[in-house]
Design a protein around this ligand. Structure first.
Ligand SMILES: [Zn+2]
Length: 139
C-alpha cells in the first residue's frame, strides 16, 4: 500500500511505477473510490489505430454515455510530467468512467474497485466488438 505520492506505507516490495497515476487520480477527483487498470488486448489494438473507442453496443452507450478517449502517453507508466495529458481529459468531465492509454491499456474509475472492474470489462468487450466490426466493414 502507498500514499497518493507513491511512498510505501505497508508491504515489502517496491511500489509499481503506475502508482503515480493512481495516486494523482484519487487526490484530484474526490468522486473516485476505485481504479482498475488492465492491459487488455482489444483496447490496446483500438488505441493504436483510433483516437477514441466508439460505443458500438447499446449496453456500452447506456453505461459509458460517451466515447472512451485514448491518451497518448509516451512513457511505460504515466510520469508526473505526463499527468497534464490525463488531467486535460478528466477536467473536462470529472465523471469520466475511463480512458485508454495508447498502446498500454485501460484505466477505469468508479466509486469502488468492483464497479471500476466492471467498467474495464465492458470497455474490453466493446473494443473487441468495435475492432471486429471495423475488420468486417473492410471486406
Ligand atoms: Zn499498465
Amino acid at each position: 500500500m502507498t500514499d497518493f505520492d507513491g511512498n510505501l506505507l505497508e508491504g515489502l516490495y517496491k511500489p509499481t511505477q503506475e502508482s503515480t497515476l493512481h495516486g494523482n487520480l484519487y487526490r484530484r477527483y474526490q468522486n473516485i473510490g476505485g481504479i482498475v487498470h488492465t492491459h487488455s488486448p482489444y483496447a490496446i489494438l483500438v488505441s493504436l489505430n483510433f483516437k477514441e473507442l466508439e460505443l458500438v453496443t447499446m449496453h456500452a452507450a447506456l453505461k459509458l454515455k460517451k466515447p472512451v478517449k485514448i491518451i497518448d502517453v509516451t512513457t511505460q507508466a504515466v510520469t508526473t510530467e505526463e499527468l497534464p495529458k490525463i488531467f486535460a481529459v478528466m477536467d473536462q468531465d470529472p465523471s469520466t468512467a475511463a480512458f485508454i492509454l495508447q498502446g498500454h491499456g485501460i484505466v477505469a474509475m468508479a466509486s469502488n474497485a468492483v464497479k471500476a472492474g466492471q467498467i474495464a470489462e465492458l470497455i474490453e468487450e466493446t473494443a473487441q466488438i468495435f475492432w471486429n466490426q471495423k475488420l468486417f466493414q473492410k471486406k
